[in-house]
Design a protein around this ligand. Sequence first.
Ligand code: ZN
Ligand code: ZN
Length: 125
Amino acid sequence: MGTTNLINSNLHNSNKGMLICKDCGRVICNISDNLHCYKISYICKCGSMGSAEANLSKLDISDSSYAVLKDNHIICPCCNTSLLALMPENYINIAFRIKCKCGHTINKFKNYSDINKRLFEYNLK
Ligand SMILES: [Zn+2]
Ligand SMILES: [Zn+2]
């Protein structure tokens, strides 16, 4: 197990589970077992800023790729695993760089319906 750094946050387990704003107790997101390297920063609805980092040394910071957002779950586009469950009603903004167990690094997401729309536009679906 590597190191986890929390700023202004609580985490249910050592490096996974519910990420909670220390100031107001809102749950920001749920970090899946499939995620061993990540950096997640957020601005909570209460106005506090917080972040969580785990095993940053294993995170490839040059890699940049989109995840699929479906029903508030961040899903790896390579292996279809759910990596993060977001609670958008509890934060103002969230940013992340996460690495799936399959090795894929993700730092942004697109809405599932938008992706379907794009595929449709390009006649790929
Ligand atoms: Zn808060
Ligand atoms: Zn994956």
